[in-house]
Design a protein around this ligand. Structure first.
Ligand SMILES: [Fe+2]
Ligand SMILES: [Fe+2]
Length: 323
């Protein structure tokens, strides 16, 4: 485990070692320094590194077929191969559109974090480096939407309202926790895409760049959340548990916009219902959320008081108990 020392300088014991706020600060700086070094070596410009002019094969899936929300349902059986492939492309586009929504919120949170920090620290400098990464990602994602004919990068009205609420509340700890959830979730999907050579090359190129750069973001957010969580009072922890569960629930709900079904020539209402009841789709969400759920459980953010929210969002198996 990383450091849990409050900023007061009081020594505490974590995982068998006694640390002070001084060493905590050093570890935080060393981590940021390492991340800055890796960023300098492995940053990508998707606008020049991806072949955006290559034609798309309408019969090629963008995500593995068994990860499409309707896979295995009676409705799926009625669809042609091309229709399924188109749905997979639009489901990726919809996920990417939700990704843009979240990245904008994250960037805003990171800029505020820097505003409250000292920019001569590596920690603050890395935060700005991450903002630069996310700027490129959001532009890359928007390009993918345009290329695949997805109609809009606007989130749903509900998500739009939630984003504004987040701007108002401006909770940096929640920004880091939200980043871990969303980044682990998309990372799991995109790693599957990178591994599967049968998928659309454009989608795989986008996924590859995102996977490389997001690994650093997760490495930045996790120790920061641990540090901040250790300093929260019991009442704030109680509130945080509920708020993060809600955020995860809403983020996952945003992943598949109902318009993807209409774009694939399906009845959106019937398709949405079929997806909601689809055990394959529920398993997919739980699989993609697994690493984040494990991390939050280890920290005690997901516990018997908050796990119902995660279960309701199909991010935790019904039978699972955290304690
Ligand atoms: Fe990103
Ligand atoms: Fe990120």
């Amino acid at each position: 485990m990383t450091d849990r020392t409050p900023d007061t300088g009081t020594p505490t014991t974590t995982a068998g070692t006694t640390k002070t706020a001084g060493t905590a600060g050093t570890e935080r700086e060393l981590n940021a320094e390492r991340l800055l070094r890796v960023s300098a070596k492995h940053s990508h410009d998707p606008l020049t590194e991806i072949d955006w002019d290559a034609p798309l094969d309408p019969d090629q899936f963008a995500i593995p077929p068994h990860r499409v929300s309707l896979y295995g349902t009676p409705l799926w059986e009625t669809m042609t191969h091309r229709q399924r492939a188109r749905l997979s492309v639009h489901e990726l586009a919809s996920t990417i559109s939700a990704g843009i929504w979240f990245e904008l919120i994250l960037m805003e949170g990171l800029v505020r974090h820097v505003y409250e920090s000292d920019l001569t620290t590596k920690h603050a400098q890395y935060a700005l480096t991450e903002v630069a990464d996310e700027c490129r990602h959001s532009t890359m994602f928007a390009r993918y939407l345009t290329k695949t004919g997805y109609p809009s990068a606007r989130p749903t009205r509900r998500a739009q309202r939630l984003g504004r609420l987040h701007f108002l509340i401006n909770d940096t700890t929640m920004t880091f926790a939200g980043a871990i959830f969303v980044e682990e979730f998309t990372d799991a999907l995109q790693r599957e895409m990178v591994r599967d050579e049968s998928l659309q090359p454009l989608a795989r190129s986008v996924a590859r760049i995102h996977v490389i750069e997001e690994a650093r973001h997760i490495g930045y957010a996790k120790p920061e959340l641990e540090r901040r969580w250790a300093r929260l009072s019991a009442p704030r922890r109680a509130l945080f548990r509920q708020a993060l569960g809600l955020l995860a629930q809403q983020s996952v709900a945003e992943v598949i916009h109902p318009r993807v079904y209409a774009l694939a020539g399906l009845d959106p209402r019937a398709a949405r219902q079929a997806a909601a009841e689809n055990p394959h789709w529920q398993q997919t969400k739980a699989d993609w959320a697994r690493k984040a759920v494990q991390f939050f459980t280890e920290l005690g953010i997901i516990d018997p008081r908050s796990e119902y929210r995660w279960r309701r969002a199909a991010l935790l198996p019904a039978a699972r108990r955290t304690r």
